[in-house]
Design a protein around this ligand. Structure first.
Ligand code: NAD
Length: 491
């Protein structure tokens, strides 16, 4: 079962770091074993990425697009294998991997293959009478990317594809507990014709390989998706070299239900949006803020529906909810839920782990939470929804914004003016109206505040990987330029 941990210079590489096992969190069984990468492998990967940069960045947009379209086709053809890997390493239900993670990734690859041929800029023109000015958009260079375990393939694709489309070369470090689909992506990219060294994967621990990559002198941009605490460490490491960063960090999304909302739709939406990926989703609904007149019915409805959720074998298409990523993470979630009643919360349903193997945890609803309580303020990253009531619209929006995070939010109302006010006044990278979770390749994803900065997906993310160069050409052909007389006069 021993496999290669990394993909460097167009081939699988067996590294010689510490022995490591990929574990299926639904069963506790080992899925794969390998030796982790080391900081020396990071040096090797950055060196080949640097060497490959010139060729790839000077390939025509059409040539880059052709390779990336081929990659989208190969990813689609290998969808079943990608789903199997994603399910076994994360424990996510096969319906989620098969209908969201993998097709969403294929669509994103396809989108960026097209984006490669759509470079935007200002018109070339004579903005001064003596010069022609033009804009060049150039690949930023070698990109270091660090990704989390919750959506391993999608998070890799969101970072790697705009970089490749822009002409950058990449070294990516996936979370060491979920590297399988990222390694497959790199292998398929090579099969699609991506030149060796343009996309490299180093699977190592955050503490050494992650640190080495984030603080590497030889990269030009560090893009990161993960927790706010680690993201800030990554930013500090990159800052030592003055390198640019792009950070997609944690979230604590509000889910605001006004008194004119369709209550049934809000209940369905709250259950789906809080339980997606077992709540291990940075945009998941975590703080339901509900108008006082609807509060009791909302709590009863969500509690009842959560009680019907099928928790179990992720490979079974009838399963709704898989396990949490590790038993250690389940302990963290369980401990936060256990502390909630001491801070005023009322556990309506869930709040326990089912018997048997695997790191499962039941869907959990906690009502009447205090706005200073840990369960309400801190990221739980589990199948846990908290609920509070509000008195009027000002109070609702104040509560929605009472968080350091600003990744995503939703407002549920049939009043167009309330919807408009919520979308203007809630501080978040995305505000949904009467829905919560959907994403689309054409539209950006990214937060404000403690949720980070910069965008994934859409043309906006393409911009992260391009520099803007101004070329200003003299059109007078005279040695003695008019402006020289400001500096000196000829005597
Ligand atoms: P994490 O921050 O623990 O780890 C993320 C990655 O960073 C992993 O690859 C890890 O090995 C690496 N890492 C750890 N320490 C490092 C260090 N010192 N230097 C460099 N790299 C290091 O996050 P996680 O537990 O894997 O993922 C969950 C977190 O990710 C949650 O906070 C979630 O909200 C966030 N997330 C955000 C988004 C978004 O788009 N904003 C998307 C998915 C997940």
């Amino acid at each position: 079962m021993s496999m290669a941990s990394s993909w460097i210079g167009g081939t699988a590489v067996k590294t010689d770091g510490a022995p490591h096992r990929i574990v299926n969190p639904a069963t506790g069984d080992a899925v794969a074993e390998f030796a982790l990468a080391t900081p020396a492998d990071v040096d090797a990967a950055v060196a080949v990425a640097r060497a490959a940069l010139r060729g790839w960045s000077t390939a025509t947009p059409a040539d880059r697009a052709a390779v990336l379209f081929k990659l989208a086709k190969l990813a689609d053809e290998n969808a079943e294998a990608l789903v199997a890997e994603e399910v076994s390493q994360t424990g996510k239900p096969v319906r989620l991997a098969g209908e969201f993670d993998v097709p969403g990734s294929v669509d994103n690859i396809d989108f960026f293959a097209g984006a490669a041929r759509h470079l935007e800029g200002k018109a070339t023109a004579e903005y001064s009478p003596d010069h022609t000015s033009s804009i060049r958009r150039e690949a930023i260079g070698v990109v270091a990317t660090i990704t989390p375990w919750n959506y391993p393939l999608q998070m890799a694709v969101w970072k790697v594809l705009p970089a490749l489309a822009a002409g950058c070369s990449v070294v990516i470090k996936p979370a060491e507990i979920t590297p399988l689909t990222t390694l497959t992506l790199a292998r398929l990219a090579t099969e699609a014709g991506l030149p060796d060294g343009v996309l490299n994967v180093v699977t190592g621990a955050g503490s050494d390989v992650g640190t080495a990559l984030a603080g590497h002198a030889g990269v030009d941009l560090v893009t990161f998706t993960g927790s706010t605490a680690v993201g800030r460490r990554v930013m500090a490491a990159a800052a030592a070299h003055g390198h640019r960063t792009q950070l997609e960090l944690g979230g604590k999304a509000p889910f605001v239900v006004f008194d004119d909302a369709d209550l049934g739709a809000a209940i369905e939406g709250a259950v789906a949006a809080s339980l997606i990926n077992t709540g291990q989703d940075c945009t998941a609904a975590t703080r339901a803020i509900v108008a006082r007149p609807l509060y009791d019915d909302f709590v009863a409805g969500v509690g009842e529906l959560m009680g019907k959720i099928v928790v179990g074998d992720p490979h079974d298409p009838d399963t709704d909810l898989g396990p949490l990523i590790t038993t250690a993470h389940r302990e963290k979630v369980a401990a936060m839920v256990a502390r909630a009643p001491g801070e005023g919360g009322r556990v309506v349903t869930g709040g326990e782990a089912p018997d048997g193997p695997g790191s499962f945890y039941r869907p959990t609803l906690i009502a009447d939470v205090d706005e200073r309580s840990e369960i309400y303020r801190d990221e739980v990253f589990g199948p846990v929804l908290t609920v509070r009531s509000f008195t009027d619209d000002d109070d609702a929006l104040r509560q929605a914004n009472d968080t350091e995070y600003g990744l995503a939010a939703s407002a549920w109302t049939r009043d167009v003016y309330r919807a408009g006010r919520a979308s203007r006044e809630i501080n978040a990278g995305c505000v949904w109206i009467n829905d919560h979770i959907p994403i689309i390749s054409e539209m950006p994803h990214g937060g404000v505040g403690a949720s980070g900065f910069g965008k994934d997906m859409s043309d906006y993310s393409f911009e992260e990987y391009l520099t803007i160069k101004h070329v200003m050409s003299d059109i007078t052909a005279v040695a003695e330029k008019g402006w020289h007389r400001i500096i000196f006069t000829k005597r």
